[in-house]
Design a protein around this ligand. Structure first.
Ligand code: 5AD
Ligand code: SF4
Length: 402
């Protein structure tokens, strides 16, 4: 979500004749888009802002903006006091108004032509935000506090944005939202929105991130089964494999419920790759709870999993039951090892199979299941080709175009 916001901010600058630079010495303006999902992210943002003091001293006419979730959490007053060289602070809740309120001061009025430019993904892949904020209340999560409750964009706005990005060369769209599959605007459901986006000319593949297990319905499963352009991959955060912890986390599903959902998704889309997120060391997590998480890695047949140590945010779970840093480290290492081993198995299962690959260069592309794929030659950037997989190493499949 932050990457998408940063791209939108960059686009607003571009409309005023600015260009991105990798060289901070050349920059007339710097925007620090901050995250606060875990304490580490917030700390990183703070030290990055601190380092910009030198830039500002050399470029007193330069503009320094601090935006996003950590800006929302810490507040303009605190940040400007701590870092007097910061020009403006814009919290995550106001990020959409950023262009009107602030960048406008910098230059001439926007041109109308498309100004989109990918920064984080290949030119083939573009993000389209379909909803902002989150209305759930997972106990560990700061997102609802800093981004506010879920607000969906109108289907017209979504389609206009996606069409614009396809016109400027994107082949694959990633629809974004904190609980993306809970999308509802008037009578338009998530599945109906997907259908509309799937009908846009030029679209080769559609992804979305991140769905929440409680919002899948039969209409979606039918669409997934019928629509090969819907990517055969889903990032479906599970957080824990223990029912007790899932309940404390207020996730709204059980371990067996989650696994049953995976079965239904995989029945609709055979070969569907599923990746996930785990949190280890939630207050009160016992060895038994952790073992349930460890076992879930294999049972869920996850292609990939991001693993995080619990980081206390605004929530106040039983802190008396806090897990020590050493225990958390040990559990994280065990989990990472299990994930690595399992990813290798999942990748190896693909050997001898055909993958639909969207090429980014002549030799590199991404499979529908989101695996990185390498071939010796023959790929056309921006085009899809079938690759017969002959081997796997690290996180990459190797093969030959059919
Ligand atoms: N501590 C650790 N990890 C967290 N996440 C969200 N909040 C926390 C927290 N307080 C993780 C979840 C989520 C991902 C984006 O970040 O796994 O899916
Ligand atoms: Fe946070 Fe995601 Fe839970 Fe919303 S659904 S509260 S964004 S973890």
């Amino acid at each position: 979500m932050n990457e998408a916001d940063s791209e939108n901010i960059a686009a607003a600058f571009r409309r005023r004749g600015y260009a991105l630079t990798e060289d901070i010495k050349k920059a007339d303006a710097v925007v620090v888009n901050t995250c606060t999902v875990r304490q580490k992210a917030e700390d990183k943002a703070i030290s990055q802002i601190g380092r910009l003091r030198v830039w500002k001293e050399k470029r007193p006419d330069g503009k320094l903006f601090v935006v996003g979730c950590a800006a929302q959490k810490l507040g303009g007053k605190y940040l400007k006091q701590k870092f007097p060289f910061v020009d403006e602070v814009v919290g995550a809740k106001a990020i959409e108004q950023f262009e009107d309120s602030l960048i406008a001061q910098l230059g001439p009025s926007p041109e109308t032509e498309t100004s989109h430019q990918n920064i984080y993904r290949s030119p083939q892949t573009a993000y389209t935000t379909i909803m902002r904020g989150c209305s759930l209340k997972c106990s560990y999560c700061i997102v609802p506090a800093v981004r506010g409750p879920a607000v969906c964009l109108s289907p017209d706005a979504v389609l206009a944005d996606a069409a614009d990005k396809l016109k400027s060369g994107a082949k694959e769209i990633v629809l974004l939202g904190q609980t993306v599959n809970s999308y509802k605007y008037g009578k338009t459901t998530f599945s109906e929105l997907l259908r509309k986006v799937l009908a846009l000319p030029g679209l080769q593949r559609l992804r979305f991130m991140s769905p929440h297990p409680i919002y899948f319905d039969d209409a979606f499963l039918q669409l997934l089964a019928a629509e090969p352009k819907l990517a055969r991959h889903m990032h479906l955060p599970v957080q824990s494999g223990s029912d007790r912890i899932l309940k404390l986390m207020r996730r709204g599903y059980t371990r067996s419920g989650y696994l049953a959902l995976l079965e239904r998704l995989r029945a609709a889309a055979p070969g569907l790759a599923v990746s996930t997120d785990f949190i280890v060391g939630y207050p009160g997590e016992t060895e038994e709870d952790f073992k349930d998480t460890l076992l879930l890695v294999k049972e869920g047949r996850f292609s990939l999993a991001y693993c995080f140590k619990y980081s206390p945010r605004t929530d106040k779970p039983e802190m008396a039951a806090a897990i020590s840093e050493t225990v958390m480290e040990t559990r994280l290492e065990k989990l990472l090892a299990a994930v690595k081993e399992n990813s290798r198995l999942v990748l190896n299962e693909r050997i001898g199979k055909i993958e639909e690959v969207l090429f980014e260069t002549e030799t590199y592309g991404r499979a529908s299941g989101n695996f990185a794929v390498r071939v010796k030659a023959g790929g056309t950037p921006g085009q899809m080709a079938e690759v017969l997989v002959s081997g796997a190493e690290k996180n990459t499949l190797n093969g030959k175009i059919q």
